[in-house]
Design a protein around this ligand. Structure first.
Ligand SMILES: [Zn+2]
Length: 72
């Protein structure tokens, strides 16, 4: 059972746990195609205790918009 666990950065703010968007590191992200066209995402989102990876609303919006930011 080889399981690779990525430890995304978290922080606690106002009693809520926030996690950095996984597109802060596109090499580790499951959805790098949703990330910003240039650079990486640095958006934080609220997560639950069992959350292992977070995709912020910006990247989630890209995933459903159908827009392709990679035009190559
Ligand atoms: Zn993001």
């Amino acid at each position: 059972m080889a399981k690779t666990t990525v430890a995304w950065k978290t922080k606690v703010k106002d009693g809520k746990t926030l996690m950095i968007c996984q597109n802060s590191n596109k090499e580790l992200s499951k959805y790098p195609q949703w990330g910003p066209e240039n650079g990486v995402c640095d958006e934080w989102s609220e997560t639950g205790p069992d959350t292992t990876a977070s995709t912020c609303w910006r990247c989630a919006a890209r995933s459903v918009s159908g827009m392709n930011f990679y035009k190559n």
